[in-house]
Ligand binder design. Sequence first.
Ligand code: ADP
Ligand code: MG
Length: 313
Amino acid sequence: MAEVLIDLNGVHRIYGDFEALKGVSLEVERGQIFGYLGPNGSGKTTTIKLILGLISPSSGKVHILGEDPYPDDDKAMDTRRHIGSMLEFNGLYENLTGLQNLVFWAELYGMNGQKAHEQAKILMDAVNLWEWNDVPVVKYSYGMHKRLALARALVSDPDILVLDEPTAGVDPESRYLIRNMMKDLADQGKTIFFSSHDLEEVQKVCSHIALLKKGKLISKGTLKDVISHFGRSRLFVRLKSPAYADLWAQEIRHIGRDIKVEGPLVSFYPENDFDTSRLSEKSILDTWKVDSSLEEVYLNLVADKNVNEKVET
Ligand code: ADP
Ligand code: MG
């Protein structure tokens, strides 16, 4: 059976009289890249802080590697050591060089001077900052800060990486590097949980996703399942000539939505009572389906006023 590394069960989190999370349950298994999506204020950072043991749930359970990460004791501290994280606050010292920052953190994790230095150099290379080893972090660009923060998250060689919007606002080169590193790290068996606003990125790197809206999950599962469950496929039909296409489009107008005709090509969303035998008519050359993008699914769900009916239990 797959090993569950991150397990949230019915988690609520209240700030004062505001309920930021309203019963979130999710499981992340070893080796998954799990994308956590939701509009601003939906509760992504709150969830991440709970996973990191920085705050405790108001009710419900958070388990990391089977343990509660929150308590101020040795066991929870051990659990937290298995997680590398990157939040908005990067834990970087601006007046130290990039290399010094990583050595500092490596020593904090118990490595001796020589070993810490080696590990720091390897990580500076990995995030493509080796030319900046000896430059104070204050001179780094925003994207370089983020790359160094990712290196810092990896210093202790954690099983789990938790990243809060790792590529938000960074330059294309840094975004590309961070994205590829996430994929490589997952290939090496690390488990990655990250929040993002970049739907294209999530579609490129994630195996699993969850969509959060106002503190509730509105969907979760493999990327493919979420898209096929909430997305709709557009059907493309190529006819033998544009004249057939016009005729055909006319005939299906009651069983197809959003019909578009371009030359001999007709595309539409089929209604439920669409008769598929129509696709074998003689005037048709070929047909194919195109699934929704994650962006379409997300926009549909987030904008959907009846979405509460779809909330998973
Ligand atoms: P996201 O990361 O998805 O933008 P957050 O988890 O940061 O969302 O915030 C969720 C909601 O909880 C927001 O409405 C935010 O204003 C509120 N919130 C977050 N942290 C606090 C806090 N420390 N005190 C009061 N309200 C908070
Ligand atoms: Mg946030």
